[in-house]
Design a protein around this ligand. Structure first.
Ligand SMILES: C[S@@+](CC[C@H](N)C(=O)[O-])C[C@H]1O[C@@H](n2cnc3c(N)ncnc32)[C@H](O)[C@@H]1O
Length: 344
């Protein structure tokens, strides 16, 4: 176990931390959360877990080995740049220092000047090191947040651009009910599949959830009741090279499959998504009473639905254990509840 910290997205209050924990659980890494600061998660974990976070996470930005953390005061920060702390991280390599200030939380402290001062102190402490701002061999990374400064060696950076390149409007087939790729990836992670697991999306629509699951190494299977939407979904799935185990026109309330490892899904909302004339709540109830037989004990199901449906209660009534809920504001009359529950 090593001391790590992750800079996480500020776009949602609870999802980024839950996504990290779901990935660590799915990939069976031991971990302990040490501190959850604004946009910084400090933890003790196997440093190899960074590979999994990098390959899977939609809401983590930077992963680091923690070197020290202290109050956000310049004298204290510089006092921590000493050979005890630095010798094991840099010898005769080139380096750069990058500092991120989490907006609106930490009092003004000049970020660029701080990078320079820390860089100067590292040069003084480790005389064989050299600065290279354009192509450094090592990058030291600090975050100013909640009146603290967390400093470490960067081990991975996750670029969010591929998610916007897969946004619904950029896919070969578009339908207004499609979910953003980033949220679909988060939901897939919350269902905790490990590489090679079979993930089902029984209301797969344009296929976004299946594409995201395929990209992290899951086997995938999808159903949708609407043939033309499923045809479009198939186009999207092929476009991203996702290998399908199966795709069928089917009513999710009667799933034509005997076993899957986990489920991530976004049932219809009774708005632009067709509900085949049935109330959303009833579809979800019927789906949940049918799906218990399809997943093994301990399997996770991640579902999105309008907050008004109170899906967590519905799942508990159907005999599932409610693990967590996250609320995502979409517009004035729609807040989505992203809920995770477990088959008991
Ligand atoms: C909110 S959309 C899913 C969107 C999908 N996550 C995407 O990114 O495209 C819900 C989907 O459920 C489908 N649907 C409605 N009732 C269904 C049922 N009983 N069984 C299976 N699919 C159904 C609709 O055709 C629609 O494509």
């Amino acid at each position: 176990m090593g001391k790590l910290f992750f800079l996480i997205s500020g776009e949602h209050e609870t999802l980024p931390v839950s996504e990290v924990e779901a990935i660590l659980k799915a990939e069976a890494f031991d971990y302990r959360i040490v501190d959850s600061l604004t946009q910084v998660l400090r933890l003790e974990a196997d440093p190899n877990c960074v590979e999994a976070i990098k390959a899977r996470s939609a809401l983590t930005r930077v992963c680091c080995k923690e070197i020290f953390n202290c109050k956000d005061s310049l004298p204290e920060i510089l006092a921590n740049i000493n050979s005890d702390n630095m010798d094991q991280y840099i010898g005769d390599e080139t380096f750069a220092v990058r500092v991120r200030r989490v907006e609106g939380i930490t009092p003004e402290i000049d970020r660029v000047k701080l990078e320079g001062k820390i860089g100067g102190e590292i040069l003084e402490t480790v005389k064989t090191s050299k600065v290279d701002l354009s192509n450094p061999q090592k990058t030291f990374f600090g975050v100013l947040t909640d009146n603290r400064f967390i400093f470490g060696l960067k081990t991975a950076e996750i670029i969010p651009k591929p998610f916007s390149e897969r946004r619904p409007r950029r896919r070969p087939f578009f339908h207004p009910t499609a979910m953003q790729a980033k949220l679909a990836r988060v939901m897939v992670n919350l269902a905790q599949p490990k590489r090679g697991d079979l993930l089902l999306d029984p209301f797969c629509g344009t296929g976004g959830m299946l594409v995201e699951a395929g990209l992290i190494g899951c086997r995938v299977v999808g159903f949708d009741a609407k043939p033309h939407i499923l045809r479009g979904g198939l186009k999207n799935i092929k476009h991203y090279g996702t290998k399908l185990e199966g795709l069928a026109i089917a009513d999710a309330r009667y799933p034509p499959i005997s076993k899957v490892d986990c489920i991530a899904t976004d049932p219809p909302y009774g708005r632009s998504a067709s509900t085949l004339g049935t109330k959303t709540r009833l579809i979800v109830e019927d789906f949940l009473s049918a799906v218990g037989d399809v997943v093994p004990r301990g399997a996770k199901i991640c579902m999105a639905s309008p907050k008004t449906i109170k899906i967590a209660e519905t799942a508990q009534d159907a005999g599932f254990k409610h693990l967590e809920s996250h609320f995502v504001y979409v517009h004035r009359s729609l807040t989505r509840e992203i809920v995770v529950f477990e088959r008991t």
